[in-house]
Design a protein around this ligand. Structure first.
Ligand SMILES: [Zn+2]
Length: 189
């Protein structure tokens, strides 16, 4: 899968699934941060399509008891990587997706303004698939060709204490090895 062809912030190697949950970035936003998340709906169940439904405001809140706890939640991410490595895109990288919430990193707050969010299908604290690392790494490199990326961090690093994803099961060393970016791009371990 090639992620090298882009059009107006949309990566052509990803399956496009447009979300209404986005806004404008500040005009002077320097998009230099990638934020890695984990999500699965219901938690721990994979391939249900519910993450895509959540991000496109199509989720039936009555379909599972867990959904009562997130009822009305309006969120999105630029990208979502399924267990087998398939990549979805919901929001153009030119736009501000709603994945970070209250956050602070590299001396700047409100990380949604100037970051790109990538969700991995999974459960925080648990392991991810080799195919997901491969897609994530290729996507990171392709994004790095389009935007001046200088940092990559987990949601847990930009919202410490509030968020725990992707968690201890995410192998930062493996990602570091595949993308071969300088160590200073990565969170301090
Ligand atoms: Zn997250």
């Amino acid at each position: 899968m090639s992620f090298d062809i882009w059009q107006q912030g949309w990566c052509q190697g990803a399956e496009k699934c447009e979300s209404p949950n986005f806004g404008l970035r500040p005009p002077d936003a320097l998009i230099d941060l990638l934020v890695v998340h984990s999500i699965s709906l219901p938690p721990g169940e994979f391939g249900t399509g519910a993450v895509q439904q959540l991000f496109t405001k199509q989720l039936d809140w009555e379909a599972h008891p867990y959904y009562q706890s997130i009822r009305g939640l309006e969120v999105s991410s630029h990208f979502f990587i399924e267990r087998a490595g398939k990549v979805w895109q919901f929001v153009s990288c030119e736009q501000r997706a709603w994945h970070a919430g209250v956050s602070n990193y590299r001396g700047r707050s409100n990380c949604n303004d100037d970051s790109i969010g990538i969700e991995l299908e999974g459960l925080e604290g648990e392991l991810f698939e080799a195919a997901q690392y491969e897609s994530l790494a290729q996507l990171c490199l392709a994004i790095g060709q389009q935007y001046p990326i200088a940092h990559i961090a987990g949601h847990e690093h930009i919202a410490p204490g509030r968020k725990k994803d992707p968690g201890s099961g995410f192998d930062w060393a493996l990602l570091k090895k595949i993308v071969a970016w300088p160590p200073q791009y990565f969170p301090e371990s």
